[in-house]
Ligand binder design. Structure first.
Ligand code: AMP
Ligand code: MN
Ligand code: MN
Ligand code: MN
Length: 286
């Protein structure tokens, strides 16, 4: 029987709204067999998620979504099936979180110049762990009535050219893939269609990614359209990459994305889970 995979999701350890336990429980109820928890720049939620999964038939894949700066753009690289105790991975993530924390204060300083005060403290109330995200700022600004929803806050305050935007100095592509690989995991480009790259830039990205040891791209993603599944499947085939599939679930706060509601990969894709060994695969089968 085909298993249901959802290999991209967030918890309160980053900018999701469900705790790792709540997320795993919802996934199990939603007929997900294999769930990857891929919080932004942290693996802090993994242990709790694994514990919750041990009481269910669900297999939890330890993952992370690393923020990367590549050619002056921010990209997200998902790492799957990692050893979260790996020291290279953890010291790498610590360096990314250091930038993230500095950026959080800088966002606050910039918003203060626009008469929005104490935004750092406000955002912190929405953050649960070490990760302070623009999403937490957005929730605070909605609470304070600056905008009616999170999307509007991004549009008016938090994207390039807007008052609270701070450009990225995240991990290099090479380092992010290196940390993932050293931790025994697979590096996957998250939601590649979202970067709006020309075909030439996309080929350049895939070339650099493969050279650094990347092995897969998300073909099916909660942030891709149906047409984009096919475009990305073509890139995967052309570059002989594995394909991944994930909802990028952040909680019921985004009701248009459902956990585990993942269409099948287009024909001809090599699923990334083929790389996972037989023993682990055997555990997945109920
Ligand atoms: P950060 O990594 O702190 O810069 O925040 C990025 C996160 O903000 C993403 O992972 C999304 O969850 C969220 N995000 C980015 N752009 C938007 C947007 N336009 N509307 C709503 N959420 C967004
Ligand atoms: Mn997010
Ligand atoms: Mn992302
Ligand atoms: Mn994500």
């Amino acid at each position: 029987m085909a298993l249901h995979y959802d290999l991209h999701s967030h918890s309160t350890a980053s900018d999701g709204t469900l705790t790792p336990t709540e997320l795993v429980s919802l996934a199990a109820k939603s007929s997900v067999d294999v769930l990857a928890l891929t919080d932004h720049d942290t693996t802090q939620g993994i242990q709790e998620a694994q514990k919750a999964a041990s009481n269910t038939a669900l297999t939890l894949i330890p993952g992370v979504e690393i923020s990367v700066t590549w050619n002056a753009r921010t990209l997200h690289i998902v790492g799957l099936n990692l050893d979260i105790n790996n020291t290279e991975l953890q010291s790498g993530l610590a360096s990314v979180l250091e930038f993230r924390n500095w950026r959080a204060h800088e966002i606050s300083r910039r918003l203060a110049k626009h008469d929005i005060h104490d935004a750092y403290e406000g955002a912190l109330q929405y953050a649960n762990g070490d990760v302070i995200s623009r999403t937490h700022y957005a929730r605070f600004l909605v609470e304070k009535g600056y905008c009616k929803n999170v999307r509007d806050v991004f549009k008016r305050y938090l994207v390039s050219g807007k008052p609270g935007y701070v450009s990225g100095d995240w991990a290099s592509l090479e380092n992010a893939i290196g940390w993932i690989t050293q931790a025994g995991g697979q590096a996957v480009i998250a939601h590649p269609a979202r970067y709006r790259l020309t075909a030439t830039k996309m080929r350049k990205l895939l070339g650099d990614f493969i050279e650094c040891g990347g092995v897969g791209i998300e073909v099916v993603s909660g942030s891709h359209s149906r047409d984009e599944y096919y475009t990305m499947a073509n890139f995967a085939r052309l570059h002989d990459l594995y394909s991944s599939a994930g909802s990028d679930y952040h909680g019921p706060i985004h009701p248009w994305i459902k956990l585990g509601r993942i269409p099948a990969l287009p024909d001809g894709c090599k699923p990334i889970w083929e790389l996972w060994d037989d023993e682990q695969e055997a555990q997945h089968i109920r």
